[in-house]
Design a binder for this molecule. Structure first.
Ligand SMILES: NC(=O)c1ccc[n+]([C@@H]2O[C@H](COP(=O)([O-])OP(=O)(O)OC[C@H]3O[C@@H](n4cnc5c(N)ncnc54)[C@H](OP(=O)(O)O)[C@@H]3O)[C@@H](O)[C@H]2O)c1
Length: 245
């Protein structure tokens, strides 16, 4: 892959895996656009990484999606990385919901927004050599954990969408790569205060970018590779390991 010719838009580039993707893409010579949901977060990212074109995008608001589509069309974006995501621990046995985001918003941000954005940008991407849509799902798309049922459902749904879309591109001969990256638990704000043996975010981003450069359709990051192997040998064992978390 010739990164110098890539014009990449990363959603959720202000923190965590997205921020490391932005840094890695710049180091490889790509031109980068990135979004965050809060103005403060975007201002901080802009100060730290001024060579990136930053904008605020709230994926749960339809008008924000229009702005992202406009950037893709206007700026000749060749690769859209659907990275932004949220995860809420949810206890469906509790009478009162203590989470800060509704189930609807979690589904909107993690699943609906990438689907709607993909449809809107595909006609433009089709015309651009080396174009790609990249979906950051999760090892939890392969087997869910009990503590985040809605999150797991969105990631499994996004994985299924990416697979179907890849098939559709092949059937219709559209030259747009559809890539899925499946990180394991990564050390970011999303997992602060929980989990063990977390993969550092720079290592996760490097594996994703290396996988993209190697032309892979599915990029199993870190321990997700092991999970895939266990699920192949014994789906029951793999699912029982994951569900307790
Ligand atoms: N961390 C893990 O263990 C792990 C494992 C597997 C997969 N993943 C996936 O990897 C991706 C990145 O995760 P992360 O851990 O790096 O997350 P993170 O550190 O929590 O960062 C989340 C990013 O998404 C943005 N964002 C949050 N809510 C948004 C909204 N409503 N609209 C638009 N942008 C929003 C944030 O912007 P602000 O800075 O403005 O808030 C931030 O840039 C997610 O899709 C996640 O599901 C993570």
């Amino acid at each position: 892959m010739n990164w110098q010719q890539q014009r990449v838009l990363v959603t959720g580039g202000t923190r965590g895996i997205g921020r490391e993707l932005v840094i890695g893409l710049r180091a490889r010579g790509a031109k980068v656009w990135a979004t965050g949901q809060s103005a403060t977060s975007v201002q901080q990212a802009q100060a730290a990484l001024p060579e990136v074109v930053w904008s605020v995008c709230e994926l749960h608001r339809p008008a924000s999606l229009d702005a992202v589509v406009e950037v893709v069309r206007r700026e000749g974006i060749t690769m859209l990385i659907h990275n932004a995501g949220v995860q809420q621990l949810r206890d469906f046995t509790s009478a009162t919901a203590a989470e800060s985001l509704t189930e609807h918003d979690e589904v909107q941000i993690n699943l609906v927004a990438p689907i709607v954005l993909s449809r809107a940008v595909l006609p433009a991407l089709r015309e651009r050599p080396g174009a790609a849509l990249v979906f950051i799902t999760s090892g939890l798309a392969l087997a869910p954990k009990q503590s985040s049922p809605v999150y797991c459902a969105t990631k499994a749904g996004l994985r299924s969408f990416a697979k179907a879309l890849r098939g559709q591109m092949k059937v219709h001969g559209w030259p747009v790569r559809v890539v899925e990256a499946l990180p394991p638990i990564v050390d970011t704000d999303m997992t602060r205060g929980r989990g063990v043996r977390k993969l550092p975010a720079p290592a996760a981003a490097k594996q994703i970018l290396d996988g993209l450069a190697a032309g892979r359709d599915e990029i199993y990051v870190g321990a997700s590779r092991l999970l895939k192997a266990i699920l192949r040998l014994s789906p029951a064992l793999g699912e029982s390991i994951m569900i307790k978390r």
